[in-house]
Design a protein around this ligand. Structure first.
Ligand code: NAI
Length: 450
């Protein structure tokens, strides 16, 4: 009998298992695939690994402006994919070794929750029945395939298959201009495919700031990516994607199609009905401590549908373990950063101007071009991109930061404690930033707020 059984070994599940093991809970982690979940095996890590290769390749071909010439730069997809496998493999081993150190039992099987006869949770995992006093569900999410003719064709990929592609397609069509679609479009455009992104809405990038979305589209158009906005895909045929725009049917030629139209929590065929778990719009409903409607059952990560980001999942997993241990903790979503790892990158946190208007929060905004930063200009010929901040005009507290430019993914975390601690413009102005770094743009922009 375990103190805690965790179902699913992605970011929420494996980190929660580590924390539980550390705290001395006798913990079992049930995972049917590789440890690390979608993020490590078919999402964040492999995509960032191959995107780094396409960035290097692009830089090699466009480095003359920096006084560097590279002759005959070439891109070897097989080597790039082999390196990706190596990176993923090392990280998987790292997770397994940490779990072993924390004395977590890893059960490598698909877990299905069995009906309850007493207070014990029983999970069928292959031929074994794993029993626990408490249960944490971290079963993640899966890619949505829109139910249109041709959606199940073999040349229609999701994030999983596209990250193991064995050739560079001549014509690559992406359905959905969200995070996954844009990152993968960026990769294929940089390695020579002709890329078209078809997006239902009038803008790309989902909920990102409208000015950032427009700037990102322009940057990606420079890579010759074609965008079809306000366009609804209705059919996928032999080497073609059919979409409707302004009432007309159009066709985009495609050798490979990526369907990246969102993800949904994995809640089916796992025996959730045996617990009478409250599933709300496809996701397990949880409170701010990760508790579900069933006493003794917590849920963390994509399966709760709250944020669908690996870093949120880590924190949610931690919050659940702290709650199980009786420690005071709660999940806060106000300062969760979001990044689109395109080139240039987009990094955002907190409220956009649009969010604030919808919530009736009075705001003042300020914006500075990245070229204001000496370091940025030194390392980015042309120096495009900008930083935009959103400040509550009544309290003068910082409530949002939105950036587009290279490496802004590595700076955005610095604004999380500013937002969490409700720092005002005047408080940030007193902080000392290292010079010359691009991060100074954050302070400089905040200081522009009148
Ligand atoms: P998404 O929700 O970000 O974007 C899907 C897009 O598809 C939307 O813009 C939607 O309007 C469009 N769409 C839907 N139906 C369509 C149709 N019939 N025709 C044309 N367009 C259509 O979903 P995505 O990109 O699949 O990502 C899934 C999840 O993975 C997201 O929740 C994201 O948070 C997470 N993720 C995060 C990453 C990051 O943090 N860098 C990277 C990859 C994924």
């Amino acid at each position: 009998m375990y103190d805690l059984v965790i179902l699913g070994g992605g970011p929420a599940g494996y980190l929660a298992a580590e924390r539980a093991g550390e705290a001395g809970l006798n913990t079992a982690l049930i995972e049917k695939g590789h440890l690390g979940g979608v993020c490590l095996n078919e999402g964040c890590v492999p995509s960032k690994t191959i995107l780094y290769s396409s960035k290097l390749y692009s830089q090699a071909r466009h480095s003359e402006a920096f006084g560097v010439s590279v002759r005959d730069a070439s891109f070897d997809l097989q080597k790039v994919m082999a390196r990706k496998e190596k990176v993923v493999g090392m990280l998987r081993k790292g997770i397994a070794s940490t779990l072993k150190k924390k004395k977590v039992t890893v059960v490598g099987a698909e877990g299905v929750i069995l009906p309850r006869t007493d207070n014990t949770f029983r999970i069928q995992a292959g031929t074994e029945v794993v029993e626990g006093k408490k249960l944490l569900i971290c079963t993640g999410s899966e890619a949505i395939r829109i139910p249109i003719p041709g959606a199940d064709r073999p040349d229609v990929y999701t994030n999983r298959e596209i990250l193991s592609v064995d050739h560079i397609p001549e014509r690559f069509v992406v359905i959905g201009g969200g995070v996954i679609g844009l990152e993968i479009a960026n990769f294929f455009a940089e390695v020579g495919s002709r890329v078209t992104v078809i997006e239902l809405l009038p803008a790309i990038g989902g909920p990102v700031d409208i000015e950032i979305a427009s700037a990102l589209r322009k940057e990606m158009e420079k890579k010759e990516i074609e965008f079809k906005l306000d366009s609804k895909v209705v059919e996928i045929g032999e080497k073609s994607v059919v979409y409707e725009a302004e009432g007309k049917r159009e066709t985009a030629a495609a050798d490979i199609v990526l369907m990246s139209v969102g993800r949904r929590p994995v809640t089916r065929r796992l025996g959730f009905e045996n617990l009478n778990l409250f599933i709300d719009r496809g996701a397990i409903r949880v409170d701010e401590r990760g508790r579900t409607n069933v006493p003794g059952v917590w849920a963390a990560g994509d399966v709760n549908g709250m944020s669908m980001l690996a870093h949120t999942a880590y924190r949610e997993g931690e919050v659940c373990i702290n709650d199980i241990l009786g420690k005071k903790d709660r999940m806060r979503y106000d300062a969760v950063p979001g990044v689109i790892y395109t080139h240039p990158e987009v990094a955002t946190i907190g409220y956009t101007q649009q969010d604030a208007a919808e919530k009736g929060i009075p705001v003042t905004t300020a914006k500075l071009p990245m070229s204001y930063s000496g370091r940025y200009l030194a390392e980015n010929e042309g120096g495009r991109g900008f930083c935009k901040v959103v400040v509550n005009s009544e309290t003068r507290a910082l409530i949002g930061v939105h950036m587009i430019g290279s490496i802004c993914s590595e700076m955005i975390y610095g604004t999380a404690p500013m937002i969490e601690n409700e720092l005002r413009v005047e408080d940030v102005a007193e902080l000392v930033f290292p010079h010359p770094t691009v991060s100074e743009i954050i302070k400089d922009t905040i200081r522009q707020v009148k």
